[in-house]
Design a protein around this ligand. Sequence first.
Ligand code: NAP
Length: 336
Amino acid sequence: MQYDVAVVGATGLVGTKMLEILTEKNFPVRNLYMYASKKSAGKEVEYKGKSYKVIELKKENILDKDIDIALFSAGGDTSLEFAKYFVEIGAVVIDNSSAWRMDKEVPLVVPEVNPEALKDHNGIIANPNCSTIQAMPVLKALSDRYGLERVVYSTYQAVAGAGIQGIMDLQNGLKGEKPKKFQYDIAGNLIPQIDTFLDNGYTKEEMKMVNETRKILSLPELRVTATCVRVPVETSHSESVNVELKSDFDLKEVFELLSNTEGVVVEDDTANLKYPMPLYVAGKDPVYVGRIRRDYSNKNTLNLWIVSDNIRKGAALNAVQIAEKLAEMGLLEGAE
Ligand SMILES: NC(=O)c1ccc[n+]([C@@H]2O[C@H](COP(=O)([O-])OP(=O)(O)OC[C@H]3O[C@@H](n4cnc5c(N)ncnc54)[C@H](OP(=O)(O)O)[C@@H]3O)[C@@H](O)[C@H]2O)c1
């Protein structure tokens, strides 16, 4: 089977990575359409050595095409305005923005964790927030074995999470220039705010982690809290995760369980100073977990350190894996 694919936001950080991952995976692409804003229309974008002209994202440029899958990474407002036209022509939209993640009609999917949710899609599937995605395979394995009581996230999020402009702010900041994307200098600094503040004192990013964790794990009552911090790291989010389980555990068994979890690599050898770090995880597919230890201050509780490439597993890779899973489950129309 081959598929007609649209990449919406093809000139952006996530869009570019999607094209790279489609190439790496040799995804069966028949026709490819690259969309971006008016600003980039007509520019050339490469895929497998061939040049494609960027198409301006507007209704008439969608309705005249035949597209099976539309991979969206062009911001929430763009998704809200244009995804419906792709659905109208029969495409399945896989959306990287937060536009529909909490919509009851829209599956929110990490393919290794809750693929069964894909069966209920109505044309749109949401890719979770990057910092949520990377915790999911680990928490799902712990949830299935021991049950989850409470999760405390503290994140250390890379500037790539804020797109190309975020990376520019770090690189230019290191040369002494003022930031354009972030409100404060990021070079030599930490910013304890990602996205805007809500009335409850949390940021939107923090509440995304709370709500999306509950939805993906189908645990609507799970006690979850989060503090999200932007750090001067280019790529890969890191997070300290404190997990209270419903039953006690044997630490050796936890190591074994996580070592055998799909998409997870245990990197934990403190005697040899081995633990995951963002610089070395960037460019890799799995979720890395280390510093696995008992929290002696609370019963049945674990401390974990989870690191993953936020542009790959946190965005582009997860989206392409959703497309692959849809195809595998027979939920995607294509051409022989
Ligand atoms: N970076 C991450 O870690 C990450 C992770 C998960 C999800 N996401 C989500 O993915 C989306 C893109 O993020 P990014 O990091 O790739 O940002 P980015 O590097 O700034 O790229 C944004 C892309 O969206 C396009 N775009 C913007 N406004 C548009 C419009 N009105 N019509 C059509 N295209 C438009 C841009 O096209 P032009 O070149 O024409 O401006 C560009 O291709 C966002 O929704 C973000 O929340 C990002």
